[in-house]
Design a protein around this ligand. Structure first.
Ligand SMILES: *Cc1c(COP(=O)(O)O)cnc(C)c1O
Length: 382
């Protein structure tokens, strides 16, 4: 069944804008929580996927924690209902000011990605008379079979710490009084749709736990990051990801210790399907062999297609029943990569029609910019 959009509401709005289907968001959050099941399984929403307050308030209200990658995200999370102790802070380049802000707020945990970062956190915490809870982000060397720009858990990249280099860091974390060592963190990539990489991640974690337990070191929490993918091809057939299948992989594969918490950092899978970028057709331009639907949204509003060849389903929601034709759907920006689709079949498009770019709730609005001095897209939720 095709999604029904509130077209009469759209008529009075300035395009382009992001439309958020809040009932679908609520349904997705409820499904994730139910599938996670255990109170020891805690989900931290990855704020970088979408930091719109309308969504953040729903997500914090549903009892999720927040996974932040900057001081700005921490502030945005705290202002929108997330409890400080439910905030985890990742990122390879945390500035001194961000570390101070996080310590002042009393966040749940720093996911530490290097030796010098650990030393700076310890020093700042000591100066402030605080204790910083820290986990180490470890590279499990698992290939998520996804786009190279969004693979993050391979052996040597800018993220995380190789297991071989971990020992002296753990030693510092357990012995420095300004640090409270809580566990290990992993994140292997994004838009992962096969469960194989997660199964492999479980095996790597089991081996690491055995190794460290044998040395007398235990972990209060294991954090397996995020990355669960969504169905960009069929948003109406699969509006809610298979959370059950995802959590079951960890239930089956991970050997958790008694009372140990398992943390997840889901971003895209929670918010992608509830968002659509709504744009109007400005012109239909006929070339020698192609038709171009020139729309009022561009790569400044949604950069994913230009940045990593991402696919977003496009629908003509003004004339859904017209006979189909092939179009290149392009934006107004002075870059050839400002194109949302090439030779895409759409019900015949006219000037003024609304098009919906589906599944844009994640990494859409947050990546919008002002290139060409264009205004930021607005948003509208129902
Ligand atoms: C981006 C990111 C996530 C969320 O990834 P999704 O693919 O949106 O689920 C989780 N954890 C960390 C550390 C991240 O950088």
């Amino acid at each position: 069944m095709a999604k029904i959009f509130p077209l009469s509401e759209f008529n009075s709005l300035r395009t382009p804008f992001y439309f958020y289907d809040l009932p679908l968001l609520d349904q997705t959050l409820a499904a994730a929580k139910e599938a996670a099941g255990s109170p020891l399984y805690k989900i931290h929403y990855a704020v970088k996927a979408n930091a719109n307050p309308l969504l953040l308030k729903r997500i914090s209200g549903a009892g999720f924690g927040a996974d932040c990658v900057s001081g700005g995200e921490i502030q945005q999370a705290l202002e929108n209902g997330f409890a400080p102790e439910s905030v985890v802070f990742a990122g390879v380049g945390k500035s001194d000011a961000e570390i101070e802000l996080a310590l002042e707020a009393g966040i749940g945990c720093f996911n530490v990605e290097s030796r010098p970062e650990l030393d700076v956190i310890a020093e700042i915490a000591s100066r402030m008379g605080k204790v910083a809870r820290v986990a180490f982000r470890v590279n499990p060397d698992v290939d998520p079979h996804t786009h190279k720009y969004i693979s993050t858990g391979l052996k040597e990249n800018k993220f995380g710490i190789s297991p071989e280099l971990l020992a002296p860091l753990v030693e510092t974390a357990v012995s420095n009084p300004s640090l409270d060592f809580v566990g290990l963190h992993f994140h292997i990539g994004s838009q992962i749709t096969e469960m194989g990489p997660y199964e492999l991640l479980c095996e790597r974690i089991n081996a690491l736990q055995d190794e460290w337990n044998a040395k007398g070191i235990t972990f209060k929490t294991i954090n397996v990051g995020g990355g669960l993918g969504i169905d960009y091809q069929n948003p109406d057939a699969n509006p809610v990801p298979d959370f059950r299948g995802y959590f079951d992989v960890f239930r089956r594969g991970l050997k958790l210790r008694e009372g140990q918490e398992l943390h997840f950092e889901l971003g895209r899978s929670l918010v992608a399907q509830c968002g659509s970028l709504i744009t109007r057709v400005l012109y239909v331009k006929e070339g020698l062999s192609r038709k171009f639907a020139i729309v009022d949204a561009g790569m400044s509003d949604l950069i994913r297609p230009a940045l990593y060849q991402a696919y977003h389903k496009i629908e003509n929601i003004s004339s859904p029943d017209a006979p189909e034709q092939a179009y290149d759907v392009v934006g107004p920006i002075c870059e050839s990569s400002d194109r949302f689709a090439e030779q895409c079949m759409l019900p015949e498009v006219k000037r003024g029609d609304f098009l919906a770019l589906r599944s844009t709730g994640a990494y859409g609005e947050v990546m919008a910019m002002n290139y060409n001095c264009r205004p930021h897209p607005s948003s509208f939720a129902l």
